[in-house]
Design a protein around this ligand. Structure first.
Ligand code: RUQ
Ligand code: CUA
Length: 636
């Protein structure tokens, strides 16, 4: 959530008021019913996965719906010793020089505008990256970035209808290419934003920067991709059409409308193919003034935030956080305005579609509308940050009567606790939402959980949207800091439980104790090790100060949940190795001594006995033995 101080100030009184109210959110007679609705009995399983972003924790959290139990943490942009992430060679390489990220908007891969259960993409607002998590094993497989010519990757990760691209837009504008310095006083002429198409290989999921579209220095906010009639298009809101570079809370809120971007990403692809792009930092960059048809603007309600395409692909809804309405754009009208050149002038050469010609209506949903989700039954659900409510309203087509007074299409409101940011309806961004459940992700949730000191726990709430009236069902803690989430039906995927031995193509994998041991080449000491219940083979390593020790550990188990860890005392190292997996760690040895290593992941009754020693002699000591296999393999 961006700092929206104006709103925060305006809402402070209301928040303080409800904050003192200790009453439950549900009536007493409903509680048993509600408890049952979210109850997943011991031994039973949830029906949906909830993947929610971990904000500045840099991680992704997985919960079950309807129980709302947190069931897993997927480390992405930050080390996580619990999964041994960020300590072994492979995951260190993924993280590069960074130890944190700011995860905002997870996006599930799609085929034909439906979730295909292959990957989850997440953005890093802080270090301009996109990561790909494989849903086969729930692990981060790739981190792309920092993306060239791109600063503040907030407006992503928006997946196109067949996962052709992850579309991303910049939150911050800077002088480009990166590294060029210009005076912020020359913001309007020297700074630029960018929309990028991150290409996804359909077979492997591998990402690469496909092309970029140069934009004026607005702060691009949230976006959404088209489908059906709007196939091939994408939409982003912006704030700071004023092009302010100081005190944005006031200076970027001057105009009554801000400009949203209407992007034809297929036209962008074509512009590059037609040679209309110029290379900048290795990426073909399109100047939309020289490639007409790629980018249009349209004015929408002041300081907007969310921009969400509905399941039919006909309507695009923007939330105007400083205006109590959502703006509903009609894609058919957008097409007509483009063909008829029905423009309201231009901004730096980019045509502005005439607002009146493309807007279907502005729905008075309440104060501080941020994000909109859909149930696929013609209803929209908008989070109201200031009102701390979710508003349910009817999507077009509207009757004559409703058009005259759009307050009539607002069907229901439910209080949430408290200031809601994002909300998610199961499958909302697909052509066939699952509906049924809505999760509200709230901020400033003071007093909702046991008092744990100044860091007040955040809060998410499960709302039943199956009936005419929304029903508050359950509440759960959300790790900081949830922004957006995706809900996937559990039966859409079948994650593996072990890595099949025959799939392990790691050249350093070993499966027999007889292959285990260490070798030395100058100051390079390389060991191949087996981890199996409940021993390491070898369980003694020998080296000396100044050596670089590389250890390839293979967990030769093929049974579910037989994970081993390897923590090396006083060397800041902990890896975990899943069944059938080979992981490599490397340490530069700087101090002499005998350093125990031990299994950090409980694996058996003799887990505690799973340990060994690294003997590090002083530099120049008599060369240590080259191999020291002390026991043979096999199960206990
Ligand atoms: S933003 S709510 Cu990325 Cu809406 Cu935070
Ligand atoms: Cu292996 Cu604990």
């Amino acid at each position: 959530m961006k700092s929206i101080y104006l709103i925060a100030a305006a809402s402070l009184a209301a928040v303080a008021f409800v904050g003192c109210d200790q009453k439950a959110s549900t009536a007493k007679n409903e509680r048993a019913q509600n408890a049952e609705a979210s109850y997943v009995a011991p031994g039973e399983k949830d029906e949906y996965y909830l993947f929610y972003s971990g904000g500045h924790s840099g991680q992704v959290f997985v919960a079950g719906i309807p129980s709302m139990r947190h069931i897993s943490t997927i480390p992405v942009f930050a080390p996580y010793p619990g999964a041994g992430y960020g300590f072994d060679v492979e995951s260190k390489k993924l993280l590069g020089d960074y130890t944190w990220g700011d995860v905002h908007h997870p996006g599930l891969s799609q085929t034909g505008s439906e979730y295909d259960g292959r990957w989850l993409f997440v953005n890093d607002n802080a270090n301009n990256r996109v990561a790909r998590i494989d849903l086969r094993d729930f692990k981060t497989k790739e981190i792309l970035g920092p993306i060239p010519n791109s600063m503040g990757n907030h407006g992503s990760s928006f997946v196109t209808e067949n996962t052709e691209y992850i579309l991303v837009a910049t939150r911050f504008s800077v002088p480009l290419p990166k590294g060029r310095v210009a005076d912020p006083n020359d913001y309007a002429t020297q700074f630029n934003g960018m929309v990028s198409g991150i290409k996804v290989d359909p077979a492997s999921g591998k990402m690469s920067v496909g092309w970029q579209i140069l934009t004026p220095p607005f702060d691009w906010d949230l976006g959404s991709t088209g489908k059906g009639p709007s196939s091939g298009w994408a939409f982003w809101t912006s704030y700071n059409t004023e092009m302010a570079h100081t005190q944005l809370e006031a200076n970027a809120s001057q105009k009554d409308r801000d400009l949203a971007a209407v992007v034809n990403w297929r036209a962008a692809e074509k512009a590059v193919a037609d040679g209309l792009a110029t290379m900048m930092d290795g990426v073909p960059v399109i100047d939309p003034v020289k490639a007409p048809g790629v980018l249009y603007f349209v004015g929408i309600a002041k300081s907007p935030h969310g921009m969400d395409v509905d399941p039919t692909g006909k309507w695009i809804v923007a939330g105007g956080k400083l205006q109590p309405t959502t703006t509903v754009l009609n894609f058919e009208k957008i097409q007509n305005a483009i063909t008829q050149k029905d423009f309201d002038g231009d901004f730096k050469g980019i045509p502005i579609l005439k607002h009146e010609s493309v807007v279907e209506g502005e729905v008075p949903v309440g104060l501080g509308p941020l994000h909109t989700q859909y149930d696929g039954l013609g209803n929209a659900y908008t989070s109201l940050f200031i009102d701390s409510q979710v508003a349910k309203w009817k999507m077009p087509p509207w009757s004559e009567d409703e058009r005259k007074d759009l307050s009539k299409v607002v069907l229901d409101k439910i209080p949430v606790h408290y200031s809601i940011g994002h909300l998610v309806v199961a499958g909302s961004d697909t052509k066939k939402p699952y509906g049924k459940w809505l999760v509200a992700m709230n901020k400033l949730s003071k007093g909702r959980h046991l008092n744990v000191g100044p860091s007040q726990p955040e809060d998410s709430q499960l709302i039943d949207i199956a009936g005419a009236k929304m029903k508050m069902i359950a509440e759960a803690f959300a790790e900081p800091e949830p922004h957006f989430a995706q809900i996937l039906k559990a039966d859409k995927i079948t994650p593996i439980e072990v890595y099949p031995k025959e799939e392990n193509k790691n050249p350093n994998a070993i499966w027999e104790a007889s292959q285990a041991g260490q070798t030395r080449n100058g100051t390079e000491v390389v060991a191949k090790m087996i981890a199996i219940r409940s021993r390491f083979v070898p369980d003694r390593l020998d080296a000396q100060v100044g050596d670089t020790l590389t250890v390839h550990v293979t967990n030769t188990e093929q049974s579910t949940d037989m994970i081993h860890g390897l923590g090396l005392v006083e060397n800041n190292l902990n890896i975990t190795i899943d069944p059938g997996e080979t992981r490599t760690f490397q340490v530069k040895l700087t101090k002499p001594g005998v350093f125990p290593f031990y299994c950090t992941n409980f694996c058996s009754a003799l887990h505690q006995e799973m340990q060994g020693y690294l003997v590090v002699q002083e530099a120049g000591a008599a060369p240590p033995p080259t191999a020291s296999t002390t026991s043979t393999g096999g199960n206990n």
